[in-house]
Design a protein around this ligand. Structure first.
Ligand code: FE2
Ligand code: FE2
Length: 405
């Protein structure tokens, strides 16, 4: 692995000196740069490559959040961490919007090292040589379809209009039909039939529509005629269920609509890598599915052995190329092993990990079978203090599933 370049920003020279001393022991892994102000940090960033910026919050002039905001804009690939003393609620809110991670000062070496390793884990997956080799063997990675790009552009503009979005969707009959079908499924709990796209957009809001458009297009970007052996309908059903459950779980956990929408999108896309593998490595993947039925843990190992990457990693990689947010990529990449993930907290990953497990449990109980390996990562859930919610959340998902189309 290449050495990572860290840039520490703090207005207190003493803090930087202290860091310098501790980091010396880790010269083999990290190379550290130091800056005493936001402005100095930006100069450094402009002149040389940096992997991670670790900034203090309170600094005269530009504060940490302002700095990271600019870093996000100018150097989107750089990982952003706030390392700070006391943070009040306002400061915390300000920092979580721009930082990938918050660390409290003083921060001992093992904590910092662990945080850095985890924060870089996603980048490592996305920049992994094995994945690059796999990707090099893929003739064409599907790109975002043109109809989707137009809708996305409209949705991302500051003056996105419900009417224009609805018109664009209605122009694509297949997509309009799919959207109405999804909107009318129990997951959105609208309790009345929606028959036109404009109403759907108004009722759900632009963010939720964006998630729907994107996931429908991701699926349709793959030519599934090439893979008759693959249960495409089954994957679509599982993805829709996982999206719906993840949305429900996040709503129960936080009550926040934005987060619930992000969880929905991550749930819809979490297994998209299976399609990539099935389309591009069809002979190997067909064998693999036959040989290792449904016990996911083992399947992941076999994927890595035979193809060189897993459906989780390659899915995150492709969605990274499509420009999806980091929290969605993290959820896709780590949905089977959340304890290895960069961020804790009530992130889409948490909801997707649970939603995926619930769907396996709920569908298997119908078929009388079990997925022993689909068990939850209890250590991770304990860390988040969520263990006592598991039964109630499973019930809430089962209630949704009753009304599934
Ligand atoms: Fe999976
Ligand atoms: Fe899954």
């Amino acid at each position: 692995m290449d050495k990572k370049r860290l840039l520490f920003v703090d207005d207190e020279p003493m803090v930087l000196k202290g860091l310098q001393r501790t980091l010396r022991k880790m010269r083999a892994e990290w190379e550290a740069l130091y800056a005493e102000s936001g402005e100095a940090a930006l100069d450094l960033l402009a002149s040389q490559p940096v992997d991670v910026v670790i900034s203090d919050m309170r600094m005269p002039g530009m504060d940490g959040a302002q700095l990271l905001d600019i870093v996000k804009e100018r150097h989107p690939k750089v990982v952003r961490i706030i390392l700070s003393g006391q943070l009040d609620r306002d400061m915390t809110l300000k920092s979580v919007r721009v930082a990938h991670q918050l660390l409290a000062k003083p921060c001992d070496m093992t904590v910092l090292r662990d945080a850095l390793q985890k924060t870089l884990a996603l980048n490592q997956i996305l920049a992994d040589d094995a994945i690059r080799r796999v990707v090099a063997r893929i003739d064409t990675l599907p790109s975002m379809p043109a109809s989707c790009t137009a809708i996305m552009t409209e949705l991302q503009s500051d003056e996105a209009s419900i009417q224009r979005v609805a018109d664009l969707i209605a122009r694509d009959l297949g997509m309009a039909a799919k959207i109405l079908q999804m909107v009318n499924s129990a997951f959105f709990g609208l309790y009345r039939r929606v028959t036109d796209v404009k109403n759907a957009v108004m009722l759900l809001g632009l963010d939720a529509i964006k998630a729907l458009v994107l996931s429908i297009n991701v699926f349709s970007a793959f030519n599934t005629r090439k893979i008759p052996f693959f249960d495409f309908e089954g994957l679509w059903r599982h993805s829709l269920a996982a999206g719906g459950y993840a949305r429900r779980i996040m709503t129960l956990a936080t009550g926040e609509r934005d987060r619930a929408t992000a969880a929905f999108l991550a749930g819809m896309l979490h297994d998209i890598g299976k399609l990539i593998l099935a389309v591009n490595f069809s002979t190997t993947y067909r064998e693999l599915l036959r040989e290792v039925p449904a016990t996911t843990g083992e399947r992941l190992d076999r994927e890595r052995e035979l193809i060189g990457t897993t459906h989780a990693e390659i899915g995150a990689y492709l969605m990274g190329l499509w420009g999806l947010e980091r929290s969605i990529l993290t959820a896709i990449a780590f949905h089977h092993c959340p304890q290895n993930s960069p961020v804790g907290g009530l992130e889409p990953l948490m909801a997707v990990h649970l939603a995926n497990g619930y769907d396996h449990r709920l569908t298997d109980s119908h078929q009388g079978g079990g997925h022993p390996d689909e068990d939850f990562d209890m250590a991770y859930l304990e860390d988040l203090g969520l263990v006592e919610n598991l039964a109630a959340w499973q019930q809430a998902c089962a209630d949704l599933e009753e009304d599934m189309p």
